[in-house]
Design a protein around this ligand. Sequence first.
Ligand code: ZN
Length: 293
Amino acid sequence: MRDAERGMRNNLGVEGRPPHEPVASRIPHPASRALPLILCYHKVERRRELGVTRIAPRRFARQIERLARAGWRTLSLAQMEACAQGERPVAERELLITFDDAYRGLRDHAFPVLEAHGFTGICFVITDYAGKLNRWDVAYGGRRFAHLAWRDMRRWQARGIEFASHTVTHPRLTWQSEHRVTVELERSRAELSRALDVPVTAISYPFGACTDREADIAVRTGYAIGFSLASRWSGNLLLLPRLPVYMWSPPTPGVGMLAPLERIGAVGANRCAVGTTLWQRFRESTSRQPGTT
Ligand SMILES: [Zn+2]
């Protein structure tokens, strides 16, 4: 099988168009290299909510255990980058595990499970919400969830979890002015580097929404690697596609006979995330003081 084909099968985008706006990945790229499987988790929490991205801790533990038993190993961000650049071959049963939004539940229910199996992961942080409740998000059923505090991140960083940017406030970047996108990318990178004392070169775009413009701004603001969701891989390091894991995902997400169905479901579910952004806009507009713009 050709490398590019294998890469696309491992990830998303064989079927259908990307779930968001036109992306840079559509522009022909000199080389479409193979990519390892990249999973994207959100909440791993006991408390229920009406959203679809929450995974119960026991379910998460089972998924990781099954992957580990089947011989899967996790990659670091640097290894992932080397694979995407074609500098490192992709071995069988290698994957990258990522977490968007940096919820506190990860500290209690996800990171210890990864550690127990010798796995690592990359966690993308909304820097203004470190240690706070998720006021940026829709509270389905009125429930609020806490985010990891900086001290949690430092503790887990020392134990192999890597942290990178998920912007400052989690806006849909494709709907923002160039200035706001630049500020979101620059500030979050600087804040993470300062708080965790490491260079930060990776970003996960909120809602996976990214066009050429955001990818260009990411490069200008110091990022080397960018992650979207449920999109097509064409060799652009700033637009790496990931498979989101939802509450209905099979016991070994992204692997096996159900993987094609999972990808189709992921594209549809990610499109529904537009509702979250519209809600954010509504909240922003109603919270403005009278007389201001
Ligand atoms: Zn997010």
